[in-house]
Design a binder for this molecule. Structure first.
Ligand SMILES: *Cc1c(COP(=O)(O)O)cnc(C)c1O
Length: 284
């Protein structure tokens, strides 16, 4: 599901070297090697050998690119942020094959979810008041993740409601305020370890799945915000004794998702680039 940038990164870095060696595509590479050797040894048909080598390498490249793309698709997801958009438009994106959508108002999601297919994986990405947790979980059985847990109170509340409703454990991310802006929700970076620990150890009905941040006010995060979230992950994983691959980073939106992916995001939240600009009802 990732864009090409990610595939490119995978080629450079994230594939496990052992695995890369084991699963290497033998035929074209071997063909290239044989051809190259033939050429080196001066077996007469040098030109033909080098054509074969080039063809072999090109075929091997195609195979590597396709495998890298598949590996990249497994390693990250795009949350299509559909807030303010009508169900008809969301349905169109669903019909194009997408299954993961994000909303940030409880009432709006409760209204829309029942009108759309059940195999959608909804992510709740907005600020959640504890008195709305029950309505959210009861109204959206296919809620896959709450990305915006920012204090113990809401964590405890979600934990309790999941148990009451007999739902399967709910995946949550801890939202971190990496920009320091007062207007932003999220726990201060200095408090992320404690909150993550509370979710992991104190909330048996929640699955601690990683960290989320929203960048600067203009919605174009600076690399510092992304770096700060990655640092939080380091601390959290060390303290909880979990590998970093088990701790997602939700960062990057329309303006900066490619940069976020380059900096380790596993979950980008893209709204306006998919659905067009949002129109909010005029307040008066
Ligand atoms: C609206 C929203 C987005 C999507 O923003 P775009 O700039 O339209 O891609 C992402 N994350 C959160 C938390 C949002 O509220």
């Amino acid at each position: 599901m990732w864009v090409h940038t990610r595939a490119h990164m995978s080629v450079k870095g994230s594939l496990h070297p052992k695995r890369r060696r084991r699963t290497i595509h033998r035929t074209p590479a071997a063909a290239a090697e044989t051809a190259a050797t033939a050429e080196e040894e001066g077996e007469g048909s040098g030109a033909m050998a080098s054509v074969a080598a080039a063809e072999g390498a090109a075929a091997a490249l195609r195979s590597v690119l396709s495998r890298a793309q598949q590996a990249a698709a497994r390693s990250g997801r795009v949350v299509a942020v559909s807030k303010t958009k009508p169900v008809g438009v969301i349905r169109g994106v669903y019909d194009a094959g997408h299954r993961c959508f994000g909303e940030n108002y409880v009432q709006e999601l409760i209204d829309k979810a029942p009108q759309l297919p059940e195999d959608i994986e909804w992510h709740f990405i907005g600020n959640l008041q504890s008195n709305k947790a029950r309505a959210l979980l009861a109204g959206v059985p296919n809620l896959d993740m709450v990305e915006s847990v920012d204090d113990q109170k809401i964590a405890n509340r979600l934990d309790r409601v999941v148990a009451d409703l007999g739902r399967k454990p709910l995946k949550v991310l801890v939202q971190v305020n990496t920009s320091g802006e007062e207007s932003k929700f999220g726990v201060d970076p200095s408090g992320c370890v404690e909150l993550a620990k509370h979710v992991k150890l104190g909330c048996p009905n929640l699955v601690f799945s990683g960290l989320m941040t929203i960048g600067m006010l203009d919605y174009s995060s600076t690399p510092e915000n992304f770096r700060a979230l990655a640092n939080c992950r380091k601390e959290v994983c060390k303290e909880l004794g979990i590998p970093e691959e088990q701790c997602e980073l939700s960062m990057g939106m329309s303006a900066d998702f490619e940069q976020a992916i380059e900096m380790g995001s596993t979950n980008v939240r893209v709204g306006s680039t998919i659905f067009g600009a949002r129109e909010y009802p005029k307040k008066n």
